[in-house]
Design a binder for this molecule. Structure first.
Ligand code: SF4
Length: 444
């Protein structure tokens, strides 16, 4: 006879329930629609705003294995020929975009390879892909080329190729240093591969090496989390990014919860995860790091930048290439088709491979930039007066007063500054600044 499953705990205010916690854009994706696809064409046919920066995001949707907490569009069964066909399609997409009035003649200020697993590509595929991208939109003025790498895919030749194509920031998806935690969460790599990849990457002299961690993975413990912090500090990366574990609906973890009738995810509650990040930030600060956002600490703030993040959060145009990619063009948000075959078929037919879009109003753009910049821990009030003609202290007076009374932030003459506790739960606070019609319930 099988042992019965342990009873599911009752949800508390702080329990990790299924759903997205992290806010990456505004208005929320659920408000974007197929009926606004025409807005993308209008945006791409318009002239760029004076001084607007341009970025390119290339989505590589292939991974060795699907992590149990992953909700991205990823494929684990594609062969080299299929991957090449996908890369070819993204270049057709880029070429068509580069000829549109919004993009013509502009050069990217930043380029980001995300996934999926960009380092799943072979050195040859990567070199050919980037040569083709540069021939369409030259990178010679780009301040940052960022690249996400899965440690187990980073052999010496590949790292040399990643460096050679011009990558300035290599972000290592370490997530955890304990092999059992990595295994139980479905990660493809183990800690041995992290140390080897890190050493090889250092030997390549990347301008910035970032380590990604997740606080509160399945079977995380106090002792294991402390060890994560210690191991990270020993490696001394240029920057560290820490996310608090969330369990979105289409993850393997959620499917198991649903099958077992559980409401609470089998991970630490939000209070514990926040405390873990707080402890990690404190330890990093004692070792010379500076906390630069709700998720990042950097060793040398004058040298180490996150250009992609900062430009995106200040309204830059972003061309998202590939399946399911997100773009922002002249005030219009859009997402590409989210399945590989329809995406490739649309590009081959010369049609925009767009699934849904949303044209933002000036007020929504102001709110978007405000809430995204709040994640940095401080917002410059003069920036909003100058760019949007809005006095933030007045516009959001009641929300700021309420959050200030809770000691989560402070409103000064020139800036709104979050306290460390406010910064650690910033994604929860941001809902207060949404327009009424965009608010959804969140209890974390
Ligand atoms: S490596 Fe990243 S994109 Fe790939 S399955 Fe894991 S979490 Fe998802």
């Amino acid at each position: 006879m099988n042992n019965p499953s342990p009873p599911s705990p009752s949800p508390t205010k702080s329990s990790t329930l299924a759903g997205n916690y992290f806010i990456s854009n505004y208005p929320p994706f659920s408000f974007w629609g197929e009926d606004q696809k025409v807005e993308v064409e209008l945006a791409l046919d318009s002239e760029p705003a004076p001084g607007a920066k341009l970025g390119v995001y290339h989505h590589i949707p292939f991974c060795r294995k699907r992590c149990h907490f992953c909700y991205f569009r990823v494929y684990t069964d594609k062969n080299a020929k299929e991957i090449q066909a996908y890369l070819d399609t993204t270049m057709v997409e880029l070429k068509a975009l580069a000829e549109r009035p919004l993009i013509r003649g502009r050069k990217p200020h930043f380029v980001y390879f995300g996934g999926g697993t960009p380092s799943y590509l072979s050195a040859k595929q990567l070199t050919e892909l980037t040569d083709r991208m540069k021939a369409i939109l030259p990178w010679d003025e780009a301040e940052e080329i960022a690249f996400e790498g899965e440690p187990g895919t980073l052999n010496a030749a590949k790292l040399a190729a990643i460096k050679q194509v011009g990558v300035t920031r290599l972000s290592l998806g370490v997530e955890h240093f304990d092999d059992h935690v990595l295994e139980i969460n479905g990660r493809a790599h183990r800690s041995g591969e992290v140390y080897t990849a890190y050493e090889r990457a250092r030997a390549e002299n990347f301008a910035q090496i970032n380590i990604d961690l997740i606080a509160g993975m399945v079977e995380e413990t106090e002792a294991l989390w402390q060890r994560n912090i210690e191991e990270t500090i020993k490696l001394r990366p240029d920057s560290v990014t820490i996310y608090q574990m969330e369990v979105p609906y289409n993850t393997t973890i959620y499917k198991e919860m649903k099958a077992e009738g559980k409401l609470v995810a089998p991970v630490a509650d939000w209070q514990t995860k926040r405390r873990w990040v707080k402890e990690a930030f404190a330890a990093l600060e004692s070792s010379g790091y500076t906390v630069k956002s709700g998720y990042t600490a950097v060793l040398n703030p004058s040298r180490t930048k996150f250009v992609y993040r900062d430009e995106l959060w200040s309204g830059a145009d972003l061309l998202g290439l590939g399946v399911a990619s997100f773009s922002h063009a002249a005030g219009v948000h859009y997402q590409n088709l989210t399945e590989l075959e329809p995406y490739m078929a649309a590009v081959a037919a010369g049609e925009p491979p767009v699934k849904r879009a949303f044209r933002t109003s000036p007020e929504e753009r102001m709110i978007r930039e405000f809430i995204l910049q709040m994640k940095l821990g401080h917002v410059n009030l003069g920036y909003f007066t100058e760019k949007f003609g809005v006095d933030i202290a007045q516009r959001f007076a009641s929300q700021l007063e309420h959050l200030s009374a809770e000691s989560l932030l402070n409103v000064g003459k020139d800036e709104v500054k979050l306290s460390r506790d406010g910064l650690l739960c910033v994604d929860t606070l941001l809902h207060e600044f949404f327009l009424q019609q965009h608010r959804t319930t969140q209890i974390v």
